[in-house]
Ligand binder design. Structure first.
Ligand code: PRX
Length: 653
């Protein structure tokens, strides 16, 4: 931990919002103070008030927080609500003709959808789902390109109380299969393909492969025609989206569900075992998304808001599908890669659609920064008023570039810390009030009791001393459990401090101003391009290859991706001569890509006769991490059976 602290301690620049920004900001200093005071004085009363202000309830709740079965907390449990109604219907009276979604495909096609049209599309698709036997509580897996229809599919599930589980389109058939099976999904919604990076992503082919190898619960596959490149359809099982909706009514009464009814599952990596199906609720989850659209994104009537995240990640749930619509906003959805046809695509999109609010990941910022200032300087970015980042700590250099070149020194940057599990932003600046510091996510939001504690669970009060990031009180948008595994939920998030606190799994320090600085994960989870990957998953994929006997995977810092994947592999049979076998390395990388998806592909693979282990047989990961970084070995290696493997691990023999 200490080396991390030292490397970022030097950052003491502060950037208060400009007077212009402050003047038009939704939340001013006094408002924010009032929110903090309210939450401090009456925590439940505070959330009760927000739930009444931000959401429309079909049956109002009386109970605010039920802790009787902690840590399985319940929020607003006797209230009834529908998430899709809150995202669409309630805006129809005043805003039926307002643009809800501007969609631009990678190939340049543009489509604008008003709230009225979105309503009809969602209702019609919801009726089609019902006609195909989908009912409240059924699981529907969505494996789609980043299109407006992906949002329609999610909203349609929400409308009828079906539980969606979106699987990122970049995941392989194998990963898709695991998730479908864990969720026990009845239906799969996919597309023939998607356009990304100048190529067609073969979604239907991957879906077919997944279904051919298992997934007995799937009864129906719905296929959106996006690329129209001629895919095979299986009679009786597969149906084209556009054919399935024919004759379905454009009115669909929302299914009113209890507030705790699961809205979705979203799989995320842990340090051990298979991915966890993070289960979110309806009312509490939506409240987190809705409040933060206001507090953090300062969303206004005339904004054109753009979050670049794919719907396959939590950011694409809370800040594409749900938050912006709950706030009645106008948002941009872009299908493709930031570099098609060139590295100016994002900036052109901002110019063409007059984007005011831009929310992306540090990895994208770093990649685009590398291409030079000339590219963004060619575009008119003057419509921007607010910038945001999420997914990993942003390095001050990238922050300054974002601030100067993209924000032209007038846009606050909201660095938002949160997780799949938290549902919504937790630690982030309220942009019209809080001065930002490059690399810090600043302060916990109102109603979020975040702190830094030591190993014994005691708060660390000394400035800049690192510890565990914990949340001390339950909050409405928190995960409810891990699908089908309550015990794993309790053990993973509450076990560390005996059910007292939610443990995020990140290490953090607070500076003298009380600002949070995230230092990284405390477990064996990699953060590649802002997405979590379990080292375990990559290791299992490697050992599933017939030539691999054992594998250990660690992260090493990477300029663009945050972390790159470094794999140490022990083969069945002899180690390649001099540790080099380029053909096999290529094959293993492609293998992992097929098993999990391209983001999991190891950047480096090193072959050794053995892995370094402690006497108890545990892999010495810290040692492997320093080797991956190219550092000198300082840890005690005297227990190693075969010291000569050190040279092999270091690539010297
Ligand atoms: O380590 C933290 C990092 O991403 C993890 C959560 O990953 P995931 O569930 O995939 O969600 C990513 C998008 C919300 C956290 O435990 N992380 C996320 N945001 C930040 C961050 N680290 C530093 N600063 C952030 N703003």
């Amino acid at each position: 931990m200490s080396e991390n602290i030292d490397s970022i301690l030097h950052e003491d620049r502060q950037f208060p919002p400009s007077d212009t920004f402050v003047k038009q900001a939704e939340i001013k200093a006094a408002d924010l103070q009032a929110l903090y005071d309210f939450a401090e004085k009456d925590y439940e009363g505070f959330w009760e008030q927000q739930a009444r202000d931000y959401l429309d309830w079909h049956v109002p709740f009386k109970s605010v927080l039920d802790s009787s079965n902690a840590p399985h907390f319940k929020w607003f449990k006797d209230g009834e609500i529908n998430v899709s109604y809150n995202c669409i219907d309630r805006h129809l009276t005043l805003h039926a003709d307002k643009t809800a979604i501007i969609f631009e495909g990678e190939n340049g096609d543009v489509m604008e959808i008003t709230y009225d049209v979105l309503h009809k599309a969602v209702c019609q698709f919801a009726n089609a789902l019902k006609a195909n036997g989908i009912r409240k509580g059924d699981r529907v897996v969505i494996y789609m390109p980043m299109t407006a229809e992906a949002v329609v599919a999610m909203q349609a599930c929400a409308r009828i109380g079906a539980v969606h589980s979106v699987v990122f389109g970049g995941f392989s058939a194998e990963s898709l299969k695991d998730r479908i099976e864990d969720a026990g999904a009845k239906m799969l919604i996919t597309a023939d393909g998607g356009f990304r990076g100048g190529k067609i992503v073969e979604l239907k082919a991957a879906a077919d492969k997944a279904l051919a190898s298992g997934c007995p619960t799937i009864e129906k596959v719905v296929v959106l025609m996006r690329t129209n490149h001629g895919v095979k359809m299986k009679t009786g099982r597969d149906a084209w989206w556009h054919e399935m909706i024919v004759g379905c009514d454009i009115v669909c009464e929302p299914e009113w569900v209890e507030s705790e009814h699961p809205l979705f599952l979203l799989y995320t990596s842990g340090s051990t075992g298979k991915p966890k199906g993070i289960q979110h609720s309806s009312g509490g989850y939506l409240l987190g998304a809705a409040t933060t659209m206001n507090w953090v994104f300062d969303i206004r009537e005339d904004d054109v808001y753009w979050c670049t995240a794919d719907v396959g990640w939590i950011t694409g749930h809370s800040y594409v599908t749900y938050g912006p619509l709950a706030a009645g906003g106008t948002m941009l959805i872009y299908e493709g890669a930031p570099t098609v046809p060139d590295g100016g695509r994002f900036w052109k999109l901002i110019q063409d659609h007059k984007v005011t609010t831009f929310y992306t990941a540090p990895t994208a910022i770093r990649a685009l920064m590398k291409l030079g200032d000339d590219i963004p300087n060619k575009y008119d970015l003057s419509s921007l008023r607010l910038l945001g980042t999420v997914g990993e700590p942003i390095n001050p250099e990238a922050w300054m570039w974002y601030h100067k070149v993209i924000g032209q020194e007038k846009c606050p940057i909201v660095d938002t810390w949160w997780q799949t599990e938290t549902g919504a932003n937790m630690i982030a600046p309220v942009p019209g009030v809080v001065a930002t510091k490059p690399g810090s996510c600043t302060r916990a939001l109102p109603g979020i009791d975040a702190d830094v504690v030591d190993k014994a669970g005691n708060p660390i009060t000394q400035a800049n001393a690192g510890g565990f990031l914990v949340i001390k009180k339950p909050w409405p948008s928190m995960l409810r459990t891990i699908w089908g595994d309550d015990k794993r939920y309790v053990d993973t998030y509450w076990g560390e401090f005996n059910n007292r606190y939610y443990v995020a799994g990140d290490s953090v320090r607070k500076d003298a101003d009380g600002y949070f600085w995230i230092m990284g994960r405390i477990d064996d989870v990699l953060n590649v391009s802002g997405h979590r990957l379990g080292t375990m998953e990559v290791e299992s994929a490697l050992v599933a290859h017939e030539r691999v006997a054992e594998a250990a995977v660690v992260g090493r810092p990477d300029e663009i991706k945050g972390e790159a994947i470094f794999a140490y592999v022990v083969l069945r049979g002899a180690r390649p001569k001099g540790g080099v076998d380029e053909t096999l390395t290529k094959e293993l990388r492609a293998w992992v890509s097929e098993q999990i998806g391209p983001i999991a592909k190891p950047d480096d693979i090193r072959y050794a006769d053995n892995l370094p282990k402690t006497r108890s047989g545990k892999i010495m990961r810290r040692l492997l991490r320093s080797i991956a970084k190219g550092e000198a070995i300082t840890s005690d290696t005297s227990t190693l059976e075969n010291e000569s493997i050190l040279e092999q691990l270091q690539g010297k023999a």
